[in-house]
Design a protein around this ligand. Structure first.
Ligand SMILES: [Zn+2]
Length: 60
């Protein structure tokens, strides 16, 4: 098995990475990904908007 970041030899201590540096890089990638994909929240907001549209606000 080789380091998924740089392709170097995996170090037992930092499996599956070769070094602390590569482990940190991978962690940063995960954090960035979770921060930049708040799609579920946006969907929730859209659903709320639809519900408001569906409810007739005019009392006739
Ligand atoms: Zn590496």
């Amino acid at each position: 098995m080789s380091c998924p970041i740089c392709g170097g030899e995996t170090e037992q201590k930092f499996r599956p990475f070769c070094s602390r540096r590569c482990a940190d890089i991978d962690l940063a990638k995960w954090l960035n990904g979770s921060y930049s994909v708040p799609s579920q929240r946006e969907e929730d907001l859209e659903v709320e908007d639809d519900t408001q549209d569906f409810t007739p606000k005019r009392p006739h």
